[in-house]
Design a protein around this ligand. Sequence first.
Ligand SMILES: [Zn+2]
Length: 420
Amino acid sequence: MKKYLPLGKFSFGMGDRFGHQGKAQLQACVMAAELGADFIPVWNKSHREHTFVGTEPSSLRAEADEAVKTLGWKKPYHVDADHIRLETVDRFIAPSDFFTLDVADSIGKPADQDAVSDFIEKHPELIGIISIPHIALPLEITMTEVKRVANKFLLAVQEAGRIYRHIAGIKGAENFVTEVSMDETDSPQTPHELLIILAAIADEGIPIQTIAPKFTGRFNKGVDYVGDLVQFEQEFNEDLAVIAFAINQYGLPSSLKLSVHSGSDKFSIYEPMRRALSKFDAGVHIKTAGTSWLEELIGLAEAGGDGLEIAKEIYAYSIAHVDEFCAPYASVIDIDKSRLPSAEDVNGWTSEQFVSALRHDSKNPQFNASLRQLLHVSFKVAAKFGDRYLSALKKHEAIIAKNVTGNLFERHMRPLLLGR
Ligand SMILES: [Zn+2]
């Protein structure tokens, strides 16, 4: 296996669309570390986010470096080129040291038939009964099934190989972490599909350290998990078992772990994940992004005055463009339009009403998951407000930072590693 930049056991991906919360986010890692939960901070931003906000990947590097310097963070940290492809990766190569290769678009497109035959010939160990430690029933995989899975995923893995080699050729293999993401696709990958995918990734020579499968259930933006928690826990355990097995079988990096692209705030899966991670002594990467943008809005609303005013204006603009903003996210939101208050109603709200509707506290009867999802996908509006929005972030920095830090630490890091 090639050289690679090793990634720590537990790592936490944080997105910061407007570039002002780096220190507040890192502060959550500092607080977790004080309690013995060591998360390596990873700042992530995708091509799509940079395009909507009008920023360059180098700005995220500058923000991460500054936060680390200011807080005196001595452990490693990374800057993740999130969900990049061959055609979008170039401007990310210099400032990033973590690359999430998004190959979901190639899933289901048939690979070259000779490559499929070669793969099957090279991997007789994948056919038949495979006993994997900690999986109750051995996997039973037929040749037809290996062929089906190879047809579905081999092209995507080859594409990951092309992007990986392009980056390694410029940056040097030892200088970055590689993640392969397959989460933005229609159907979840089963544990045995994951095993076949990892065999193919090893064949491509990719020193993969995190893999983001699509898990069972719905991962709607900014709200909790919707799905069968028992099934999730079983599959998550089986995925961990498959990964441990594949590391040995295919010589993949010993730091290889799952990456959970949470779409923010999948609180109810943290406890089953915590049980599974401790059972397998496994690490994990959690990726969040929009949750911090919503904390900015909460902080502004909580500040009252012009802060609350701008939060209301953002809501008014979002609801006026609800169909336009929701269309690109149709598969990852479930908004009940009848639950969305009118702009007029929201204009009459107090700080407390706005904060209660938006803050992710499902025990609060005022919490409104539809409003939260709409605002999650409406960060374009704040980008449109430009300097006015950024000035408000600066003016109300303290109250926003308290929300950003508290959210990551109390609702994410603590339940995931320390339990509630
Ligand atoms: Zn993702």
